[in-house]
Design a protein around this ligand. Structure first.
Ligand code: HEC
Length: 397
């Protein structure tokens, strides 16, 4: 019963996380696009301190937007702020992390094939990465490197490589990917909380007090906001990656994670340039080619020899094998305490069900070793091979 309500809590939180995430990333896309698309305003607007204007049509109406070089002489009564999208995305994400990966550490985070961590160790490592990543980023941003775009991109990529390698040497593939996502998300929310909002507060307070406006506030906030914009596509990939074991359950998962982060941040660059009127399709083409090349390199080799172990196992033996390694979770009524229904809607209790799901079974238990989850039942290489052979011969017919 308890697990059942936890499932609902998880559903509601995940829902909330996606909704607030859309609002946050949507605002990031919109405002970066807006900034890059501003055009020279007419003289009278420039004289009022406006630096750029933009006209748009949406939802049946025409909009006229202007951006001030520093700020208006007097503040309007209503000024809209954008911060709760960021905070609520981060908060719901962290609660989900605790609920799924820390409460369920034995199922989702700790993989004894990778590192035999205790629950406490795993959680302490996880939190240290999230906090440590943020501190390191802040440290980097306090140096002169921050003003040099390519240099900061290089430093961040290098840090992501180290983090990706370290995380995948400690945690299950899923756990490692999600932790890198949480590190990036924390940096992004931190940028909003520590830099963007305080700079805007300073700007607004100065306008109210009729003081001289310092362009440095805006510039600092703008830079962090641009960083956040480049983080959006990588973090979105990480959010959906948990459905794709060919990425996180691969032996070289840390390199795959790094490659997809680089490819997606690069793709974002195409859009940011395009909004500024620079059309460079080679960037997008490179991203597509790189993704295709990655998919090609990762293609599973299906060299399942005919002979070993004793070449064909019977349907009865396969049912026994699946029963031993999968059915605790993959049953209409799982005996595993973490589940109240078959995960992914996949029950594997009868030979008919096993045959029906055989392609998926091969993907997760033979091509990658993603299932059983963190190899909780110690499925051996021979057993995987026998299962692969059986699928090759029997289930496909
Ligand atoms: C400890 C519980 C557990 C065990 C044991 C387990 N699984 Fe799973 N399995 C899961 C969970 C949880 C998911 C859903 C993962 C998700 O949400 O992406 C899943 C998903 C799957 C999927 C769907 C994957 C996808 O990409 O949609 C397949 C196929 C699968 N398991 C096969 C197996 C096979 C075959 C075994 C035994 C060799 C096995 N599982 C053992 C928990 C388990």
């Amino acid at each position: 019963m308890e697990t059942y309500f936890l499932d609902w809590l998880e559903l509601v939180l995940r829902w909330l996380h996606v909704i607030t995430g859309i609002a946050w990333i949507g605002a990031s896309f919109y405002f970066v696009w807006l900034d890059n698309s501003l055009e020279e305003p007419p003289r009278w607007k420039i004289d009022n301190g406006v630096k750029g204007e933009l006209w748009a049509v949406h939802g049946g109406g025409i909009y006229e937007v202007g951006k001030y070089r520093l700020g208006p002489a007097k503040l309007p009564e209503t000024l809209h702020w954008f911060k709760w999208e960021a905070y609520s995305t981060w908060l719901s994400g962290m609660v989900l992390m605790v609920l799924i990966f820390y409460v369920g550490a034995d199922t989702y985070l700790i993989d004894p094939r990778i590192a035999e961590l205790s629950r406490i160790e795993a959680i302490v490592f996880g939190i240290s990465f999230i906090v440590g990543g943020w501190l390191l980023y802040e440290l980097l941003c306090s140096t002169a490197i921050v003003t040099n775009g390519p240099a900061i991109a290089l430093c961040l990529t290098f840090s992501a490589a180290v983090a990706s390698w370290a995380l995948t040497s400690l945690f299950s593939g899923r756990g490692a990917f999600i932790h890198l996502g949480a590190m990036i998300g924390t940096i992004m929310a931190g940028n909003v909380f520590r830099v963007i909002i305080p700079s805007q507060r300073a700007l607004v307070a100065a306008i109210e007090a009729g003081k001289e406006l310092d362009p440095a506030w805006g510039a600092k906030a703008k830079l962090r906001s641009t960083h956040n914009n480049y983080f959006t596509l990588p973090i979105l990939f990480i959010m959906v990656s948990n459905h794709y074991p060919m990425t996180y359950a691969h032996t070289h998962n840390w390199l795959i994670l790094l490659a997809l982060i680089m490819i997606s941040a690069f793709a974002r660059h195409f859009f940011n340039l395009r909004h500024r009127g620079i059309f460079r399709p080679s960037i997008l083409v490179t991203s597509v080619i790189a993704t295709s090349a990655l998919a090609w390199v990762l293609m599973p080799v299906r060299a399942i020899p005919e002979t070993k172990p004793a070449n064909s196992i019977s349907d009865v033996e396969v049912t026994a094998l699946i029963s031993k390694h999968c059915v605790a979770c993959h049953a209409a009524q799982p005996s595993h305490p973490a589940f109240t229904s078959a995960p992914g809607g996949i029950a594997l209790e009868t030979i008919a069900q096993i045959k029906r799901w055989s392609t998926q079974i091969r993907a997760v238990a033979v091509d990658t070793e993603d299932m059983p989850m963190v190899n909780s039942t110690n499925m051996t290489a021979d057993e995987r091979q026998a299962l692969g052979q059986w699928i090759e011969k029997t289930a496909k017919r």
